[in-house]
Design a protein. Sequence first.
Length: 263
Amino acid sequence: MDAPEHGAVSATRAIVVIAQRDLIRQVKHPGMLVSQAMQMVFIVVIFGVGFNSMIRPSDGLPFSAYVFPGIIAIQVVTVGINSGLGYAWDREFGVLREMLVAPAPKMCLPVGKIFATGTVVCVQSAIMLLLSPILEVPLTPAGFAYGTAAYTFVGIVFSSIGLLLATAITRIQTLQSSVSLATFPMLFLSGSVFRPDDLPAWLSGLITVNPMSYGVDLVRHLLLNAAGTGVPGSGLAHPLVDFAVLCGFLVAGFTAIRIRVGR
């Protein structure tokens, strides 16, 4: 086996080990993810159903059905961004501290974390999509498959953003504050619970520079169109544009992480 091939095998093995370790830890200590999921279920049922009688339907679609994709996106983005915090703790106090001096490329550590986060998001989003009939969203097999895949992709994108913050900010206390500072504007300025095309121009402008807006719009397009509602996403962009913008953020995140962690 020549040197490049051996290096590729070592890198792949390191990525698998990091991802597997993170997933095993999630299985053994699922409290945080379960509590987050239950909060989202509560929001979906109470917020969506409760406001149905107070807010007029959008293009014939109940309010609960319109906000359902965005509410799941809130959970997905939160898990993705918070993966940076887990990486920072492992880097300072956990197994990553020892792996940093291992012969495997350092880039394998964040990549493994991103794969683990994508797997967690895939499972969580698939479970939450099963609640769609409660919110009056007809869940077709195609919609379920497209939605799960889209949420997984969005989780990977925002995991790269969270890990970029973790590699750029070395102090954990500062990182925690930075994650909160970055998360809340993204969550509330994403069109997750309202239509961006109904807002004032200055607020719509802020939404268009928010990466989460394109994730919400992409999933909303896929779920609602697959359900045959005929209702567009959130009036932000064409789904291919949403996907291209998210790919841009993913590439930028990976590139920046690569520069920060080195070879």
